[in-house]
Design a protein around this ligand. Structure first.
Ligand code: CP
Length: 307
């Protein structure tokens, strides 16, 4: 089992825990391809998806992951709940816990919301993205996708590109890939590059092309317009011209380099449609890995029995 009761981020996760989640996810992948996608592992357990921000991939895949493992899954939307009447996050979570839930999956605009819940709950807390802090299951599914395609993560050059400052995906991926022995480079507009990036385990490339050159993995990030103050770059058209990834820029990477994007993609801004739908793109595989990783995390944190 995992060394921690909650999954709040990868900054403090051990390499052993990451490997255990990836190996468990690997073993769950075949369930997704079965005609009958159901094993009794988490029968009698209940998971609540507590989403205070929009989501397609994360919320749906956590719901499916729970269902495939026979857990009862409840989707809680802040817009149709008593949050609208002023109920606090802590009171909302405590109310749900008293109903007998075993795990809560939380997405919130505030960095630290998942950790805050973990102080007040006995149920397992899983961070599904908190502000600009971390999105650990996204990084785990990215690592699973890359490991499956490349056979190993050790020694790979990983380029993470774009809005690094506001991206919880970037932070979790830097921590995760660096822990697994990768050389992680970041690049993007200077206005979207955090200070002291090296302390997180990444190297700041001088420009986009330097980061991509010779890379095994090229990861474009979504521009987090909802978290940016105005004026960090002139326009989406200029962003695309100077910091977008197209066929020419991707050709600087190794010929068998993988192209990743966490989604949702702003087609033609972060990456061109041509490469998004091209042979090097593993964006659809990332989605499938997401279900397997979330099955593994639920299984390992909720004490699943047999498979
Ligand atoms: N990558 C990701 O978190 O996507 P959603 O916002 O659709 O969940």
């Amino acid at each position: 089992m995992l060394s921690r009761k909650h999954l709040l981020g990868l900054e403090n996760a051990t390499r052993e825990d990451i490997e255990l989640i990836l190996d468990t996810a690997d073993s769950f992948k075949e369930i997704i391809d079965r005609d009958v996608k159901k094993v009794p592992t988490l029968r009698g357990k209940c998971v609540v998806n507590l989403f205070y921000e929009p989501s397609t991939r994360t919320r749906t895949s956590f719901e499916l992951a729970g269902k495939y493992l026979s857990a009862d899954t409840i989707n809680f939307s802040s817009s149709t709940s008593s949050v609208q009447k002023g109920e606090t996050l802590k009171d909302t979570a405590k109310t749900l816990e008293m109903m007998g839930i075993d795990a809560v999956v939380i997405r919130h605009s505030s960095s630290g919301a998942a950790e805050y819940l973990s102080w007040h709950m006995n149920a397992a807390v899983i961070n599904a993205g908190d502000g600009t802090h971390e999105h650990p299951t996204q990084a785990l599914l990215d690592m699973l996708t890359v490991r499956e395609k490349k056979g190993t993560l050790e020694g790979l050059k990983v380029a993470i590109l774009g809005d690094i400052t506001h991206s919880r995906v970037a932070r979790s991926n830097i921590f995760g890939f660096a822990k697994m022995g990768c050389d992680v480079y970041v690049a993007g507009p200077q206005t979207l590059m955090p200070r002291e990036i090296e302390k997180m385990g990444a190297k700041a490339a001088r420009n986009m092309d330097e980061a991509v050159e010779g890379a095994d993995v090229v990861m474009a990030l979504r521009i987090q317009l909802e978290r940016q103050k105005k004026g960090l770059f002139p326009s989406q058209r200029e962003y695309s011209r100077f910091f977008g990834i197209d066929k020419k820029r991707l050709s600087l990477a190794k010929p068998d380099a993988l192209l990743l994007h966490p989604g949702p993609v702003n087609r033609g801004v972060e990456i061109t449609s041509e490469i998004m739908d091209g042979a090097q793109s593993v964006i659809n595989e990332q989605v499938k890995s997401g279900v397997a990783v979330r099955m593994a995390v639920l299984y390992l944190l909720m004490g699943g029995a047999g498979r």
